[in-house]
Design a protein around this ligand. Sequence first.
Ligand code: SAM
Length: 218
Amino acid sequence: MNQEIMYIYSDLERLKKLNKVLSDKFFFEQRGYVLEDIPDYLLELSFPVKNPLPFLDMEGNNILDIGCGSGLDIYLIKKKFPDKNIIGIDISLPLLLEAKKINKELVCSEALELSFKDGIFSTVIMNGVFNLIRDKEKLLIEINRVLCNGGTLFIADIYKKFNFIISSEADLFNIGQCMMLSELYKMFKNYGFKYEFGEYEREIVPGIGIFAIKWRKL
Ligand SMILES: C[S@@+](CC[C@H](N)C(=O)[O-])C[C@H]1O[C@@H](n2cnc3c(N)ncnc32)[C@H](O)[C@@H]1O
């Protein structure tokens, strides 16, 4: 488990201060969220990249939110689809205690060690988490294992536009670990996922863009 990342996401007062500087209301709207739908306390402790709801077909019943944080996406999915079962996992216990106000089924766990049976989820979401994971190949093997055949995987994060070297390995913005889109497409294909649909912001800062992609397990 990455102690540095766990430390960053466990100090809630620090996270709230950071969010005040980084994520004004415009930020959430830009990321596809409707502000009136979200309670203020959740906005304070959420770090999403893109609203997953327009990407999800919601065919099955069991949804896994990896790196759910304080539970923003769980809150919105439950509001729209109250009958779905959603399990959130995260390495930050303090953020999960916030998510507990929304959802009972939460697991404090490392994303690379999912303790679920094969093929039990119809949908997996990772919103702003992918680049924090060092061993992305192992992660995709795990997600592939717990997803049912034909299941949906939504991943939103940042990507780099050129193959420049980024020194920071782990930080709040995930910059140190981000990939180029061409590398991403290749890796997902290699691990059994078919590209279905994507939305992109080409340049949020020079050289860095945002992707939100829906994949389907083959
Ligand atoms: C940028 S935040 C996004 C949180 C949430 N998805 C949201 O939209 O607000 C990244 C989250 O991933 C969690 N995380 C980072 N690395 C993880 C890992 N290896 N396993 C599980 N969760 C992880 C962090 O604790 C944090 O809650």
